[in-house]
Design a protein around this ligand. Structure first.
Ligand code: 3PG
Length: 306
């Protein structure tokens, strides 16, 4: 019998698991669940005889892929697939997919929520600032970036975006000003919201040179990946500019230093929380299960990333 494993260190909402199970069983497959596993070796053991795999930020390394003797498809229930060793998957003829757009609204709502939180000094009773009238720069205008822009307009923010892979007209028709370069975006906007993927080109690309261009009252918001930030630059800009603030969905590696020296100028989630809503889990979970069935039954490779 075809076996489908859902392996999630950070579990989906129970309703999402129920929905995935229903789709998998309706297709006549066996549904397996590994949640909150303590060690990567538990993951490696669990994949041994599965045909399909649904993961979140779980690390589908070469070791995992090579241990999975029957594996045909991995679906990352979410957008970013930097946690899958795509070369290893391709070498073994395994299809890797993501589920673009399914959790984007959750990430966008968290982005604006964290911006309000820090602008109001994390609700500590002191006087804060408002988002209205401020300029927001969206760095990469994909699914999340687009939702962030839409919500930010509701707050009365002026919204700008830079994305070299999207036609400027497609940005403009959403009522968002399309800029020509990252440099222009950073020098225009007090708030920058990052939505770039983590890859060889983008890792550590958010550096001092860019951040120092931001106008007074600068806040950098990162719901993308911590790896895209150059942490040496981050520490330098915190030190050189007492107006600079940083919001991140998951703390940087240099968290302790920032916490010690720059009180009141940061907000970090304890775990990656962007996609952690029941709705996002259900959407991404259903899409993942359906994509597996469509691939195994009909060879449908929509959303393949390798
Ligand atoms: C994504 O890439 O979709 C988000 O970062 C969500 O990741 P998560 O499923 O691990 O919460």
């Amino acid at each position: 019998m075809t076996k489908v494993l859902v392996a999630t260190v950070k579990p989906f909402a129970p309703a999402a698991v129920e929905n995935i199970k229903k789709i998998i069983e309706a297709a006549g497959y066996e549904f397996l669940l590994l949640e909150k596993y303590a060690d990567q070796s538990d993951f490696i053991k669990a994949v041994e005889d599965v045909d399909a795999l649904i993961i979140r930020s779980d690390k589908a390394t070469r070791e995992v892929i090579e241990a999975a003797k029957n594996l045909k498809i991995i679906v990352r229930a979410g957008a970013g697939y930097d946690n899958i060793d795509l070369d290893a998957a391709t070498e073994k003829g395994i299809v890797a997919m993501n589920t673009p757009g399914q959790n984007s609204n959750a990430v966008a709502e968290l982005t604006l929520g964290m911006m309000v939180c820090l602008a109001r000094n994390c609700y500590n009773g002191t006087s804060g600032t408002e988002l209205k009238g401020k300029k927001l720069g969206i760095h990469a205008y994909g699914n999340v970036g687009r939702f962030v822009g839409e919500i930010a307009k509701g707050f009365g923010m002026y919204v700008y975006a830079f994305d070299p892979f999207i036609e400027k007209n497609d940005i403009k028709k959403d009522g968002v000003k399309a800029l020509d370069s990252a440099e222009e975006l950073y020098s225009t906007c007090q708030y920058i919201s990052l939505h770039i993927p983590a890859n060889d080109k983008t890792k550590k690309s958010i550096n001092y040179q860019l951040l120092s261009k931001m106008p007074k009252g600068a806040t950098l918001v990162n719901t993308a990946r911590k790896e895209v930030i150059c942490e040496e630059s981050l520490k330098m800009i915190f030190k050189d500019r007492d107006d600079f603030k940083y919001i991140s969905d998951i703390a940087p590696d240099c968290k302790d230093e920032i916490v010690e020296k720059f009180n009141g100028r940061f907000f970090f989630t304890p775990k990656k929380m962007g996609a952690q809503t029941s709705e996002a889990n259900i959407n991404a979970g259903i899409a993942s299960a359906q994509q597996i069935v469509n691939y195994l039954e009909k060879g449908d490779k929509t959303f393949q990333v390798n």
